[in-house]
Structure formats: structure tokens, C-alpha cells
Ligand binder design. Structure first.
Ligand code: URA
Length: 238
């Protein structure tokens, strides 16, 4: 059983607020009857829900976009730390979603949480070179020579060479710099280790894009929402 507004929102019809508007406009029906209460509970496998005459099909997949807060690990279970799944409501966990890829405990920003295994496999496959864009603050002064070094592939302290990365310097001041960095791979602590090779410490790291999908900046850290149909399609096109 699930609330009607939740069920419709889960299936890509926008936020709960937008769904309430659809209900007020008499655009929603349950088993042929116009629905007037967003809070009514429906049986997601049996009841027939329509929006503007079009059936909302029960989906086996759930796709969430979270603005990950600091202090949470990207896992479904952890012995010591709080996990991002603890932020997700029981209702949104019914279908067993998990984080798609990892952000470090202190990293914030765009994290996709889903149970779509095929999509997960595709977007994380090293063969697909899916772009991930980060906003980064470091404690050192960047200059244009770094752009070429990142483009050529930074060699980490253990000798491993990273793939070409696009660096855009946004701001340089006396005690640090701000930049954007696009990676197509995801080695352990990669960005921190890349900057470490220059003796720089990453003081703030936020993922802002993942394979064409942008972080919804209206989400505060620790908030999440369902992806829209367009956003789900963006991920499926990867
Ligand atoms: N690089 C890092 O060092 N940490 C992250 O969380 C993501 C990329």
C-alpha cells in the first residue's frame, strides 16, 4: 500500500506539490473514479491509477537523486557510520535501492540511489567513460599549467596514471583555489589523491553532475527526490 501522491510522484510526474495540483485539477483517477485526496492509500499492484487518462504503470524500479550530506557513507549498511540509506524514507526503500557508485564520507553532492541493476552496471562501467563533474576547493594556488597536467593524466603517488581530466579554474586567492574537475573514472579517493601529488589538500568536494544529470540545487544537503522521466532517460542513454 502506498499514498496516491507518492505513487504518482515516484513514477516521474514531478514533486508531490505538482501531483497535488494534478489532483486538484481532477486529472487523476483511481479505478475509474476521479481522486480528490492525495493521502488515499492504494494497492500499487492492483489499483489502476490514471493521470490525464494515461495509466501510471507500477514500476519495479526506483530512482532517487540525493544531495549527499557530509558524515554519511555511500553504502546500504555500515558497522560504524551512518549510511545515506538511513536518510531515505521506509516507503522509498520498499524496492531495495542502493547507492550507484560511491562518494567519500566527507564528500557532498549528487548521488543516485536506485535498484536498477542494468543502469548501475552501465553508468559505472569503465568502458563507458561516464563524465562526473565536481566542484573542488583546495588549499593551494592553481594556475593554468595545471590544466595541461590534468589533461595529460595525473600520475598518482603509487605510480598509477589517471585518465585525462578536464580542469576549469574558477577562483584563486591567497590561501586556496576553487575549480571544477571532470573525471571519466572513479578510483578510490581519486580527486584527493590527484591534488595530493602537488601537495594540495582538498578542503571541500561536491559532485555536481553525473553522466549529463545535474544536481538539483534546490535540494539541501541531506535531501533527495525522485528523478523525473526525462532524468531517468538521460541515465538510460549513457
Ligand atoms: N574523488 C574523491 O577523492 N572523493 C570522492 O568522493 C569522489 C571523487
Amino acid at each position: 500500500m502506498m499514498r496516491l501522491d507518492k505513487f504518482i510522484a515516484n513514477n516521474g510526474y514531478g514533486s508531490r506539490k505538482e501531483v497535488h495540483k494534478l489532483i486538484r485539477q481532477n486529472s487523476v483517477s483511481v479505478n475509474g473514479e476521479i481522486a480528490d485526496k492525495p493521502s488515499v492509500h492504494i494497492d500499487i499492484k492492483k489499483d489502476k491509477v490514471c493521470v490525464n487518462g494515461e495509466e501510471v504503470l507500477y514500476t519495479e524500479f526506483v530512482y532517487l537523486m540525493m544531495n549527499k550530506p557530509p558524515g554519511f557513507v555511500s553504502a546500504t549498511f555500515d558497522k560504524f557510520d551512518r549510511t545515506v540509506l538511513e536518510i531515505v524514507s521506509e516507503e522509498d526503500k520498499i524496492l531495495g535501492p542502493y547507492p550507484i557508485g560511491r562518494l567519500d564520507k566527507d564528500t557532498v553532492g549528487l548521488l543516485i540511489i536506485s535498484n536498477d541493476g542494468d543502469m548501475c552496471h552501465r553508468v559505472l562501467s569503465p568502458k563507458r567513460h561516464v563524465e562526473k563533474k565536481y566542484f573542488v576547493r583546495v588549499d593551494g594556488c592553481l594556475n593554468d599549467s595545471f590544466i595541461g597536467i590534468f589533461n595529460d593524466g595525473v600520475v598518482l603517488e603509487d605510480g598509477v596514471k589517471c585518465k585525462s581530466a578536464k580542469l576549469k579554474i574558477l577562483k584563486v586567492h591567497n590561501d586556496g583555489s576553487e575549480c571544477e574537475l571532470i573525471l571519466t573514472e572513479g578510483k578510490f579517493h581519486q580527486i584527493k589523491r590527484m591534488f595530493e601529488t602537488f601537495g594540495f589538500l582538498v578542503t571541500y568536494l561536491k559532485r555536481i553532475e553525473f553522466g549529463g544529470l545535474k544536481l538539483d540545487e534546490s535540494l539541501k544537503e541531506g535531501e533527495y527526490r525522485h528523478l523525473t522521466v526525462e532524468e531517468i532517460n538521460l541515465l538510460k542513454m549513457v
